[in-house]
Design a protein. Structure first.
Length: 278
């Protein structure tokens, strides 16, 4: 039996969330300008947390192009952009993913960096699961240019505990169990059209349902200069698995609200998180 709204305990304020969907190019400066414009649009609509897609600063003509623009952790124009933009708009900013220096000189870490409204870096997650796919002439092998991360990462805001993951990670539900109980999962991605058409929404709704939390999924969404087509379909999903808002293709902003009463209602009516035995 569901609780009435006035019976559901709410311990944190609600928040407005935004996903910035892009079609990134091989040119970093151009992508930063696009991201900046769309973040400003989201902030003007009251977003308190804004998230960018995977590979937002560069979708190169070749997989290895990102190695040429990788940055040392803590310094570089992409990180300066993220911190400065978060501070300018007074928002929590999840920087999708960007290339950081890895142990191997010819690889990168595919890293999601989080900045608070003061422009301070508060979290970093390095993508753990690296995408590999080959079918009908379409082939991807992230391990050729990316070094995997090892540690799950969540971070705290005044309005939510937030778990991080990137794209292919969403196929591994054990990662989300390692993250613990969160109010929100932020999942930036550059899903291919082929795999996205088949699995994107199914996987995202499953992660929301089994973790009984909101999922903010942020996609690249269109045909890139390297001829790769990404699925887009950025969306906000509630803890019952209901898609609240979405954008199919093209650049733009998806806006929606995280409601703690809704989280509490779902968890009280179907206390699956309390029923776990493993």
């Amino acid at each position: 039996m569901s609780l009435r709204q006035d019976e559901v305990p709410v311990t944190r304020p609600n928040a407005r969330l935004a996903a910035v969907q892009m079609i990134s190019t091989p040119r970093v400066d151009e992508n930063l300008a696009t991201a900046g414009r769309l973040i400003a649009e989201a902030a003007a609509q009251g977003a308190q947390l804004v998230a960018l897609p995977e590979y937002f600063p560069i979708m190169g003509l070749r997989e290895r192009d990102k190695v040429a623009v990788r940055e040392v952790d803590g310094q570089g124009p992409i990180q300066d952009f993220l911190g400065g933009t978060a501070r300018r708009h007074g928002i929590w900013l999840v920087g999708g993913s960007m290339p950081l220096v890895a142990a191997s000189p010819d690889k990168v870490l595919n890293s999601s960096l989080v900045f608070n409204p003061l422009g301070e870096r508060v979290a970093r997650y390095d993508k753990i699961h690296l995408f590999g796919f080959e079918k009908n002439g379409e082939r991807y092998d992230e391990s050729a240019s990316i070094e995997p991360g090892t540690q799950p990462v969540s971070f705290e805001t005044p309005f939510a505990r937030v778990g991080l993951s990137i794209c292919y990670d969403m196929r591994f539900p054990e990662l989300y169990r390692r993250l613990g109980v969160n109010d929100l999962l932020v999942i930036p991605a550059a899903f291919t059209e082929t795999t996205g058409r088949a699995h994107w929404e199914i996987l995202l709704r499953a992660r929301a349902i089994e973790n009984q939390c909101y999922v903010l999924a942020i996609g690249q969404g269109g045909l890139h200069e390297n001829r790769r087509e990404t699925h887009g379909n950025s969306m906000l999903i509630d803890p019952w698995g209901v898609v609240l808002t979405r954008r199919d293709k093209g650049e733009g902003v998806v806006i929606g609200d995280l409601d703690h009463a809704r989280i509490a209602e779902v968890r009280a009516s179907l206390p699956a998180l309390k029923h776990r035995v493993m």
